[in-house]
Design a protein around this ligand. Structure first.
Ligand code: PNW
Length: 494
C-alpha cells in the first residue's frame, strides 16, 4: 500500500477529521494533486466537529464531597466521616463537615449550572441522610433535601441524574456487619434504593446505582487509602467485591419494582480503559480482550452475568463464593451505561495465553496535578467504543471526566487554568471522534461543577470548573468554565 493511499484511507475515517491539520500532509509539505484530494475531507468543517443534536452536556458532584451539613436534619455519620476524623487519613485532617456547603447553597449552585448552559446534572444521594440507621426507619427530612434540589433543577431547565451510592456508607452498617464485607449491606442497599426510587422517579428519570466499584472497593478494602481504610486478605477482599456487585444487582431489581414507568437504570463505573498502543488490528483486538478481563470483577460480571474463567482461575482458592441467583441478580439488564473516564492504560498484542499485555507508563509520561491522572485523551474514544463493541451498549453517558490543576488565582483574582482547558479540549476531541463514528454516547458530565473535598487529598486538589474559596465559600468561574460554556454553546469542541 502506497503512502498516499494510506493517508487517503486515514482521511476517510470520520474521526480523523477531528485531528484536522495536524495529520494532513498539506500541513507539512506542499501537496501534490493526489494529496490535495486526500486532504479535503480531513479539513474538518464546524459541522463535522460537532456532537449529535440533543447531546446532553452536564456537570457532576457527589454528596460527601460538596454537601457539608454533616450533622443536620438527622444525617448519621458515614464511613467517610469516621475515616476523615481519624488522624493521618486525609491531607490536613480535612473532613466533609462543611465541604462546599452545597446543602445550604444549592440554589446558587444551580445558577452556576445554568450560566454554563448545562442541561443535565449528576449528583449523589447520601444514604445516611435517608436511612440514618442503614435501614429500618427512614428519615423524611433527609430525602426532603433531594426533593428541594430536584425541584430547583427542574425549575431551571436542568434534568437531574441521581447516583444512589457515592461511597458514604452509613457507619452503623460498617460497625454492625462489616460494611460491604457482608451481604447484609447488599440487601440494605437494595432496600434503600427501592425507597428512594419510589419517591424520586416521578421527576428523576435516570438513576445510577453505584459509583466506581473500581475505586471504593479497591481503595477502601484492599489498600486502605479510602474509607473504611481496610487491607483485607485476598479471599475476604474478593468476597467484598462480590457483595458490591450483588448490591448493585439487588438494587436494580428493587428500583424496577418501585420506580415510575420510564425510569432508566444504570451505574457509573470507572472501568479500566484499554487503549491500543497503536491503532492496528492486532493491538485493537488485544485492547478489546483486555477490557473484558481487566474489568472482570465488576463491569464484565454485571454485563455478562458471570465471572470470566480467567478471573476465577487467577483468584483460585480466594475466588468469591456465590450462587446462580447472585449472578442472575448481578446480571440484571440495564438501560444505559455510565463510564467515568480519566486516564487509559496502554495495551499491546502479546503471545501470552491472555493475548494482551499492559504497557506501564514510562517515568516521563505526563500527568495532571493528581499523580495518577496520566493524560491520555484517546481514553474518551476507546472507553465508549469498547463498551459498544463488546456489550452492544445502546445508551452511554460519560458520567465523569475532568482533571486536577494547581489553580492558583492570578493577580486579578481569576484562575487561568490553561492546562485544564488543554486536557478537556483534547479529551473532547476524542469523544467527538467516537460520536462521529456512531458510538452511542448521549451525554457528558464534567467532573466537577466546583472544587470540593477530594477524598484523601482533602481540599488540596482541585477538580472544579468553579474555584471555591473554602474560607468564604465564594465560587468563581475559572477559564475552563468559559471554555466549557463555549463547547456547550456550539455543541462542539472549542
Ligand atoms: C473519582 N484513581 O474518583 C470519583 O468518582 C470522584 O468522587 C473523584 O473526586 C474524582 O474521580 C476525581 O478523583 C477517583 O486513583 C479516585 O485512579 C481515584 C482514582 C480514580 C477516580
Amino acid at each position: 500500500m502506497s503512502d498516499s493511499v494510506t493517508r487517503r484511507r486515514f482521511a476517510k475515517v470520520a474521526g480523523a477529521a477531528a485531528l484536522g491539520a495536524a495529520v494532513t500532509p498539506a500541513a507539512c509539505s506542499p501537496p501534490g494533486p493526489a494529496q490535495q484530494q486526500a486532504a479535503q475531507p480531513a479539513a474538518a468543517t464546524p459541522a463535522q466537529r460537532s456532537f449529535p443534536a440533543g447531546f446532553l452536556w452536564g456537570t457532576a458532584t457527589a454528596s460527601y464531597q460538596v454537601e457539608g451539613a454533616a450533622a443536620e436534619d438527622g444525617r448519621s455519620p458515614s464511613v467517610w466521616d469516621t475515616f476523615a476524623r481519624t488522624p493521618g487519613k486525609t491531607v490536613g485532617s480535612a473532613t466533609g463537615d462543611v465541604a462546599t456547603d452545597h446543602y445550604h447553597r444549592y440554589k446558587e449552585d444551580v445558577q452556576l449550572m445554568k450560566a454554563l448552559g448545562t442541561k443535565v446534572y449528576r449528583f449523589s444521594i447520601a444514604w445516611p441522610r435517608v436511612f440514618p440507621q442503614g435501614g429500618g426507619q427512614p428519615n423524611p427530612k433527609g430525602l426532603d433535601f433531594y426533593n428541594r434540589l430536584v425541584d430547583e433543577l427542574l425549575a431551571n431547565g436542568i434534568e437531574p441524574f441521581a447516583t444512589l451510592y457515592h461511597w458514604d456508607l452509613p457507619q452503623v452498617l460498617q460497625d454492625r456487619v462489616g460494611g460491604w464485607e457482608s451481604r447484609e449491606t447488599s440487601e440494605a442497599f437494595a432496600a434503600y434504593a427501592g425507597h428512594v426510587a419510589a419517591r424520586l422517579t416521578d421527576r428523576v428519570k435516570h438513576i445510577f446505582t453505584i459509583n466506581e466499584f473500581g475505586a471504593f472497593v479497591e481503595l477502601g478494602y484492599n489498600n486502605g487509602v479510602h474509607a473504611p481504610g481496610l487491607k483485607l486478605p485476598p479471599a475476604r477482599f474478593n468476597q467484598t467485591r462480590h457483595h458490591a456487585v450483588l448490591g448493585h444487582g439487588l438494587a436494580v431489581q428493587a428500583i424496577r419494582a418501585a420506580a415510575k414507568p420510564g425510569t432508566k437504570i444504570g451505574l457509573a463505573e470507572n472501568m479500566t480503559i484499554c487503549a491500543p498502543v497503536i491503532e492496528s488490528g492486532e493491538h485493537i483486538e488485544a485492547a478489546r480482550r483486555a477490557t473484558r478481563e481487566l474489568n472482570a470483577q465488576y463491569l464484565t460480571v454485571i454485563k455478562e452475568g458471570k465471572y470470566t474463567d480467567a478471573y476465577l482461575a487467577r483468584t483460585g482458592a480466594d475466588a468469591p463464593k456465590f450462587t446462580p441467583a447472585d449472578l442472575a441478580a448481578i446480571g440484571s439488564p440495564l438501560d444505559f451505561l455510565g463510564i467515568n473516564i480519566y486516564t487509559p492504560v496502554y495495551v499491546r498484542a502479546d503471545a501470552s495465553p491472555a493475548g494482551f499485555a499492559v504497557v506501564p507508563h514510562p517515568a516521563s509520561f505526563p500527568h495532571m496535578a493528581s499523580p495518577w491522572l496520566f493524560i491520555g485523551p484517546e481514553a474518551l474514544y476507546w472507553g465508549p467504543k469498547h463498551a459498544a463493541d463488546i456489550w452492544k451498549e445502546k445508551e452511554i453517558y460519560i458520567t465523569e471526566n475532568g482533571c486536577s490543576s494547581s489553580d492558583i488565582p492570578a493577580a486579578d483574582g481569576r484562575v487561568y487554568d490553561t492546562d485544564r482547558v488543554m486536557y478537556l479540549r483534547n479529551y473532547l476531541t476524542h469523544l467527538q471522534r467516537a460520536t462521529s463514528e456512531g458510538v452511542p454516547v448521549r451525554g457528558y458530565f464534567l467532573w466537577s461543577l466546583m472544587d470540593n473535598f477530594e477524598w484523601a487529598d482533602g481540599y488540596t486538589n482541585r477538580f472544579g470548573l468553579h474555584y471555591v474559596d473554602f474560607a468564604t465559600q465564594k465560587r468563581a468561574p475559572k477559564l475552563s468554565a468559559d471554555f466549557y460554556r463555549e463547547v456547550i454553546r456550539r455543541n462542539g469542541v472549542a
